[in-house]
Design a protein around this ligand. Structure first.
Ligand code: NAD
Ligand code: ISE
Length: 335
């Protein structure tokens, strides 16, 4: 039987996830959706044969909906995740789980009170082939112990209303999660350097930024966050170990020889670059929910990412190096 899904937020990624759940994933059907942009949401509802509801809460409560996907703006996630848990429904919430660790804590409390893990966070890089290969090389010991990680996270242009704070809380949050997952350890120190800002960064946005993290064993990480790079979507990651290095491949695009140059296309945004990762993430989520379990990043992982992002934000605002107080993993999540 199909998993009957309700989707909240039918913007760029919400619409793409509805297409994915309908045309790519097996065993799921989008039954209901909602967005404050009513006109667009109704159009998408008609296209996919889903029912439009005026509010996200109504989607969550709808009797024909078994599980929820949240793809609305970051600050709306907490209220919808908490409502989904209270309704006893599995929920896949796009990253970040919330915009602060404080809000994540409210989600953890509600989930623990309900007595069952229901929340998965949309940290899809954990499903990307390149990151998975890096993880298996690290675990094989072929490059010795990791010592340093160099990352780049560039967007062609930022989304509307993008703020200086969002470089970390909305964008670098991906590296914060995936590097913790790759290295299998927690962070202890955060710092943010502010290079000269691009003239194309509008409305007071400070861009680019360089996020520096140190893990508990002393691995040093640098992440360049540049949401206005103009030329395309560019995500890089290189792990330097004691006896070798490993880095993400550039996406497998054909190389063209023309007009005296070798060239290949750079994807414009995340939707093409990580298409395979989203597909795997969603298929696994649907399969896991049918078995009554959560298999991807949990609410705890979402919380730790926000604890780290909060520390980076404070480090940037104060222009200082911050010690990160990492909470002990609660038994409920430590399975
Ligand atoms: P978007 O602006 O295109 O879409 C967001 C939608 O949410 C809009 O249609 C807006 O009208 C709707 N919305 C806002 N408040 C709402 C509310 N209270 N109830 C219902 N709908 C509401 O943004 P997007 O790029 O699609 O991002 C959506 C979410 O997905 C964000 O949380 C973002 O961080 C995340 N995201 C994740 C990835 C990834 O790589 N995993 C990529 C893009 C976006
Ligand atoms: C967006 O919300 C995403 O999650 C993308 O993966 C990321 O590259 C981008 O910076 C975010 O704004």
């Amino acid at each position: 039987m199909d998993l009957r899904v309700g989707v909240i937020g039918t913007g760029a990624i919400g619409e793409d996830h509805i297409r994915r759940l309908t045309n790519v994933i097996t065993g799921a059907k989008v039954m209901a959706l909602s967005d404050i942009n009513v006109e667009k949401a109704k159009r998408i509802a008609d296209k996919y044969g889903a029912k439009f509801y005026a509010t996200g809460e109504e989607v969550i409560e709808a009797p024909e909906v078994d599980a929820i996907v949240i793809a609305s703006w970051d600050p709306t996630h907490t209220q919808y995740v908490i409502a989904s848990i209270k309704a006893g429904k599995f929920v896949l919430c796009e990253k970040p789980l919330a915009t602060s660790a404080e809000d994540c804590k409210k989600i953890l409390e509600t989930e623990i009170e309900g007595g069952k893990q229901l929340v998965q966070v949309g940290f899809m890089r954990r499903f990307d082939r390149g990151y998975r290969q890096i993880k298996s090389v690290i675990e094989s010991g072929k490059i010795g112990q990791p010592l340093m990680v160099h990352c780049v996270h560039r967007n062609r242009i930022p989304g509307p209303k993008h703020t200086t704070e969002m470089n970390i809380k909305n964008s670098v949050i991906h590296e914060i999660d995936v590097l913790r997952w790759l290295l299998g350890e927690e962070y202890k120190i955060a710092q943010v350097l502010m290079p000269k800002s691009s003239r194309l960064a509008e409305d007071g946005l400070r861009d680019p930024q360089i996020v520096l993290l140190e893990t508990q064993s002393g691995v040093r990480i640098d992440v360049e966050s540049f949401v206005n790079c103009q030329y395309g979507y560019d995500v890089q990651c290189e792990v330097v170990g004691e006896t070798g290095t490993i880095r993400l491949p550039d996406p497998a695009n054909v190389v063209m020889c023309s007009q005296g140059a070798h060239s290949y296309e750079i994807f414009p945004d995340w939707s093409d670059r990580f298409v395979e990762a989203y597909d795997i993430e969603f298929q696994q989520w649907v399969d896991a929910v049918k078995q009554g379990v959560v298999k991807g990043a949990t609410a705890w992982d979402g919380y730790i990412a926000c604890v780290t992002a909060d520390a980076c934000t404070e480090a940037r605002e104060k222009g200082t190096i911050m010690n990160i107080t990492m909470p002990e993993c609660q038994k409920f999540y430590n399975k």
